[in-house]
Structures are given as structure tokens and as C-alpha cells.
Design a protein around this ligand. Structure first.
Ligand code: NAP
Ligand code: ZN
Ligand code: ZN
Length: 352
């Protein structure tokens, strides 16, 4: 099926209208008309070829909310007309230990999990194309139910990446009452990290390079805010934090944050900059038996758990709606940290 989309044809070309081919839905497939798609910094890293091996054309977008237009004969959970969501994965091997444990993002199958865009396509052919498009066809297993009310749906879209990528490590490292949790970088991921860590009842400390976001961070869920260029303010938190989630999209000095961890504390990196961070100093790690870890998005079951948790507590992203025609302007603002706190594309604008 021919489908309207926006694509980058190379690392140096802007995103422009492009027509892609979607597969005909099979018995286990759900087809949806895309209504909203969030703009993740990963979309920009990928479109601009900042990561190795990006295939082109590249149609980004993995924070998708849409209306079901068709379900295959074997689909059980989803009905036509309902609003559903799709995140960063559209397939995985389904039989490896990781998949069986609901950790499809760590799939050990021959191709790993299939990313919603730039992914490997079963049977060969082009790479997968994401949510900057009019419609998508996805195996039912990778379709999420949405319990938020209709008028919140644009602000639900960012939960599909920014929400789950912060929820999964916060749960894994047990952010909860009595724990002090740091969130570094108050962008799309970081602002969700603040909301979710607060909802999990941790004591939350926000770290930002932008003094202008300090007051906002308190509204978003922080108990305390540190402007990370202020060395004296940073030093006050030395050895105080149980867990720090670093969402920064650019290479930076990790020692700043390692020093703030308690003994046995963990700094988990979810930001995926184009260039490596400078190597951390070893003594900050070994003297406190501290760890540096990484975390990738989250499994399908935990994504549903996060969506249900957010629906029950009325948690959504803070968004600015844009037209698809303004995507390049949005990328320019994202690079300046000028987003409060997630752009969401109104996909109706693709149809005009
Ligand atoms: P974003 O909205 O652009 O937020 C990134 C934030 O990092 C900015 O708002 C800024 O916060 C801070 N920052 C930017 N440049 C900086 C610099 N040079 N030094 C220090 N701080 C800087 O991006 P996002 O969509 O949240 O994504 C963040 C990163 O996570 C990206 O690299 C993305 O690819 C990655 N990601 C990873 C996963 C995963 O599975 N691990 C999933 C999704 C995204 P302040 O203004 O508060 O300092
Ligand atoms: Zn993302
Ligand atoms: Zn697998």
C-alpha cells in the first residue's frame, strides 16, 4: 500500500515528502492510521546519520498513536476504530530467553529486535519506516493499548519512547520512597524521568545546564534542582544519590555525576550521543564500588505497565504540537535544547 511519509534521503538532506510502501496486513497484523507522532532526539541522530550504519531513505518516528483501520483474522486484543500506540519496536524473534522474559529490546535472535524505523525487514527488502507517515502495519504483539482519555492522546505519544526509556531503568534500579534519584538533562526523556521518579515516590534531584529550566523542573517533579555549571551546588550533593539517570544527548564529563553517587550507587546512561563520553576517572568508581550502566527503551509488557500507570495517575508529556512541514525547524530547536518538553507532530498535517 502506498503511504505518504517524510524521509531523509541522506545524512545531509532535510526531511521531505516521500512515498513509502507498507505491507498488506497479514492475519496477526494491525493496520493504523497515524494520528500523532512524537519527535525523539534519536530521530534526529538517525536522520542526520550521527550513528553508524543508518540506512536511507530514513523515515523516523517511534512515538506513535493511531486509529486502528484493519485487524487480521488472528488478532484478538485490538478492534477497528480504537486508538492504540506503537513504540520503538515492531518485531523480535519471540523465542529467545530475553523475548520470553518480556525483554524484547534485548532480543538475542539473529537480528535482535526490529526497530520501528531503520530496522531489518523479514524476508529482505528495504529498512523499516517509522511514524512520520500516514499509516503503519504492525504485529499485534507490538501494539499497545491506551487508557488515557481522547483529548490527552497527543501528549500520550511521547510515553512510547521518552516514557518507557525512563520508566524501565527507574523500575530496574528500584526508584522508590527513601531513595534519592537524580535525572540529568531536562529534555524529552528527562522531563518524563522527573514525572515518573516523583510518581514512584523517590526524592528527585534534577540536573540541568539550562538555568531557565530550573523553576520548571520543580513543577515537573523535582524536589531539588542543580544547575550543573554551578560547582558549589554540585558539591553539596557529593555522595548523596542512590541512582542517577543520564539522558543527555551530547558527550559530556561523567565524573561530575559519578561523584554524587553513594556507595554502590549506579549512574545509568540512556542518552546516546554521536561521540563517546570522555573516559571516567577510575578512583571515583572503585572507592565507592559505584557502577556505570546503560539501558535501552523497555519491553512490551513493561511499556503497557507504564502506560497503565500513567493513565491511572493522569501522567502525560508536556508537549508542543507541530506540523510535519515544520520538522526541520523543530530539529534546529531540539539541538538548542529549546523544547518544552517534547514536539509532537499532528499527522493530519501530512494529509493537507
Ligand atoms: P532532548 O529532548 O534533546 O534532551 C536532551 C537534553 O540533554 C537537553 O534538553 C539538555 O538538557 C541536555 N543537553 C543537550 N546537550 C547538552 C550538552 N552539550 N551538555 C549537557 N547537557 C546537554 O533529547 P531526548 O529526546 O530526551 O533524548 C536524549 C538522548 O537519549 C538522545 O541521545 C537520544 O538518542 C537518547 N535516547 C536513548 C534511548 C535508549 O533506549 N537508551 C531512547 C530514546 C532516546 P538541559 O537543558 O536540562 O541541560
Ligand atoms: Zn526515542
Ligand atoms: Zn528474541
Amino acid at each position: 500500500m502506498k503511504t505518504a511519509a517524510y524521509a531523509a534521503q541522506s545524512a545531509r538532506s532535510p526531511l521531505l515528502p516521500y512515498t513509502i510502501e507498507r505491507r498488506d496486513p497479514g492475519p496477526r497484523d494491525v493496520a493504523l492510521e497515524i494520528v500523532y507522532c512524537g519527535v525523539c532526539h534519536s530521530d534526529l541522530h538517525a536522520a542526520r546519520g550521527e550513528w553508524d550504519g543508518v540506512p536511507y531513505p530514513c523515515v523516523p518516528g517511534h512515538e506513535i498513536v493511531g486509529r486502528v483501520t484493519h485487524v487480521g483474522s488472528a488478532v484478538k486484543r485490538v478492534v477497528p476504530g480504537s486508538m492504540v500506540a506503537v513504540g520503538c519496536m515492531v518485531d523480535s524473534c519471540r523465542v529467545c530467553d530475553a523475548c520470553k522474559a518480556g525483554l524484547e529490546q534485548y532480543c538475542d535472535g539473529p537480528h535482535g529486535f526490529t526497530q520501528t524505523y531503520n530496522g531489518w525487514v523479514k524476508g529482505g527488502g528495504e529498512n523499516t519506516y517509522g511514524g512520520y507517515s500516514a499509516s503503519i502495519v504492525v504485529d499485534e504483539h507490538f501494539v499497545l493499548n491506551v487508557k488515557h482519555n481522547e483529548r490527552q492522546l497527543a501528549a500520550v505519544a511521547p510515553l512510547l519512547c521518552a516514557g518507557i526509556t525512563t520508566w524501565s531503568p527507574l523500575r530496574h534500579w528500584q526508584a522508590s520512597a527513601g531513595k534519592t534519584v537524580g535525572i540529568v538533562g531536562i529534555g524529552g526523556l528527562g522531563h518524563m524521568g522527573l514525572k515518573l521518579a516523583r510518581a514512584l515516590e523517590a526524592h528527585v534531584v534534577a540536573f540541568t545546564t539550562s538555568a531557565a529550566k530550573a523553576k520548571e523542573a520543580l513543577r515537573l517533579g523535582a524536589d531539588e534542582v542543580v544547575v550543573s555549571t554551578d560547582q558549589a551546588a554540585l558539591a553539596k550533593h557529593s555522595g548523596r544519590l542512590d541512582f542517577i539517570l543520564d539522558t543527555v544527548s551530547a558527550s559530556h564529563d561523567l565524573d561530575t555525576y559519578i561523584k554524587l553517587l553513594k556507595r554502590d550507587g549506579t549512574l545509568a546512561l540512556v542518552g546516546a550521543p554521536a561521540t563517546p563520553h570522555p573516559s571516567p576517572a577510575i578512583f571515583n568508581l572503585l572507592l565507592g564500588r559505584r557502577s556505570i550502566a546503560g539501558s535501552a527503551i523497555g519491553g512490551i509488557a513493561e511499556t503497557q505497565e507504564m502506560l497503565d500507570f500513567c493513565a491511572a495517575r493522569n501522567i502525560v508529556s508536556d508537549i508542543e504540537m507541530i506540523a510535519i512541514q515544520d520538522i526541520e525547524k523543530a530539529y534546529a530547536r531540539l539541538l538548542k535544547g529549546d523544547v518544552r518538553y517534547r514536539f509532537v507532530i499532528d499527522m493530519q498535517t501530512l494529509r493537507r
